[in-house]
Write a protein that binds this ligand. Structure first.
Ligand code: SF4
Length: 191
């Protein structure tokens, strides 16, 4: 293994280690609220207030539609989610959080905040880490491993940096420094 391959290996091992730690922290919070890990992920995803079709939610969480349907049934029984008609297409059913679900989502967010708040490195180092990780996510999406990616690097409106011009969001008309890159943007338009 050459130096480059060794570095790749260490980066991957570190990301995996981080992923396992975050998963363990999420599992603890889920258990406290008598939720499955997937149930917690559903609540966290719907916490942005956007209604989703079951299929879209499944794609976003990288699980099958029947799996997410089962999780929704459990959440429905606890009155944490509601299914209703999509206002833009009455033939389609969408799901969203109920007020009880939103209250639990707020509790979950505050319980996870200390774990999810990055403290390592300077602001500039953390911004660079964000750019590198979003690049990796875009690569994995390209490889068909990640289905849904609503970050800047997969967005139609993203203009990469040029000689002396920083990256830009053509929709918002703003420069995108590394720290401004979005992971889950409501304005995202797939390329
Ligand atoms: S619309 Fe959102 S995701 Fe797309 S480039 Fe602009 S900020 Fe990034």
């Amino acid at each position: 293994m050459n130096d480059d391959a060794r570095l790749d290996h260490k980066v991957l091992a570190a990301v995996e280690r981080l992923g396992r730690a975050l998963r363990a922290a999420r599992q603890q919070v889920a258990t406290r609220h008598e939720l499955s890990l997937l149930g917690l992920n559903v609540i966290e995803t719907l916490a942005d207030g956007r209604c989703r079709r079951v299929g879209d939610l499944a794609a976003e969480l990288d699980v099958s539609q029947p799996t997410v349907s089962d999780a929704l049934t459990v959440l429905d029984k606890r009155h944490l989610v509601a299914r209703h008609r999509d206002s833009t297409d009455l033939r389609t059913t969408v799901v969203s959080l109920t007020s009880t679900g939103s209250a639990i989502a707020a509790d979950i967010a505050s319980e996870l905040r200390p774990v999810l708040t990055a403290k390592a490195g300077t602001t500039s180092e953390r911004a660079t880490t964000l750019r590198v990780l979003l690049g990796e996510i875009a690569r994995l999406q390209h490889a068909g491993i990640i289905t849904v990616n609503r970050s800047c690097f997969s967005c139609h409106h993203y203009q990469p940096p040029r000689a002396r011009t920083p990256a830009r969001c053509l929709l918002l008309g703003t420069a995108l420094r590394d720290r401004d890159l979005r992971v889950d943007c409501p304005e995202h338009a797939p390329r």
